[in-house]
Design a protein around this ligand. Structure first.
Ligand code: 5GP
Length: 203
């Protein structure tokens, strides 16, 4: 980690921006939701994760920093991740945030990583994103071009991810309609910001 990102991380702790985490089973549309959230709310800064998995044919290439296993493990040893986890045979991690000041940090990660974030930031707001149905989840996984074996593997871990996610989540959002789900999250965040500005408005 370079010194400037270390300082920014310190500033992030002092200025107390919101730390917002989206979790939910693969295929539920967290990535699309995160993209829409930052489009509609410029105060949100989306962290770009690292992964050792291959880029999917449908991906542009800027969804992640795609690295090999050795590079990822070196970054772990150097303490460069806020959190990291092994998920379905690949590694995923959030680099220590380098967010501009006064921006709220948005993370789109799986549940083991979210547990680590909550341990570091007890005030982190965790949204569990749910599909309208399991059938729809299966369809979405296929549409994004995953191999059949991957679709099966991901669906098999969904109940476990959901149970852990429910235990962690501050809010549960059903992603039946992108704009509606986005608005619901933004209005919750606005309420939290108001509460930070004026804690006495809690009652
Ligand atoms: P996918 O391979 O489908 O892009 O992502 C698989 C899972 O890893 C998703 O649930 C996604 O949210 C999660 N993920 C993406 N980036 C990170 C990260 O930086 N840390 C953790 N723990 N999970 C991540």
């Amino acid at each position: 980690m370079d010194r400037s990102s270390g300082l920014n991380f310190f500033a992030l702790l002092c200025a107390e921006p919101l730390v917002v985490v989206l979790i939910g089973p693969g295929g539920v549309g967290k990535g699309t939701l995160a993209a829409r959230l930052i489009e509609r709310e410029p105060r949100l800064w989306l962290s770009r994760s690292w992964t050792t998995r291959e880029k999917r044919p449908v991906e542009r290439g800027d969804e992640y920093v795609f690295v090999d296993d050795a590079t990822f493990r070196r970054a772990i040893d150097e303490g460069r991740f806020l959190e990291w986890a092994a998920f379905h045979e690949h590694l995923y991690g959030t680099p220590l945030p380098d967010a501009p000041q006064d921006r709220d940090v948005l993370l789109e990660i799986e549940v083991q990583g979210a547990e680590q974030v909550r341990a570091r930031f007890p005030d982190a707001t965790v949204f569990l994103i749910l599909p309208p149905s399991l059938f729809e989840l299966e369809e979405r996984l296929r549409l994004r071009g995953d191999h059949e074996a991957h679709v099966r593997q991901r669906l098999s871990s969904t109940p476990h991810e959901l149970a852990r996610g429910q235990a962690l989540a501050s809010y549960t959002i059903v992603n039946d309609d992108l704009e509606r789900a986005t608005s619901e999250i933004l209005s919750i965040l606005e309420g939290l910001r108001q509460l930070r500005r004026n804690p006495s408005s809690k009652d």
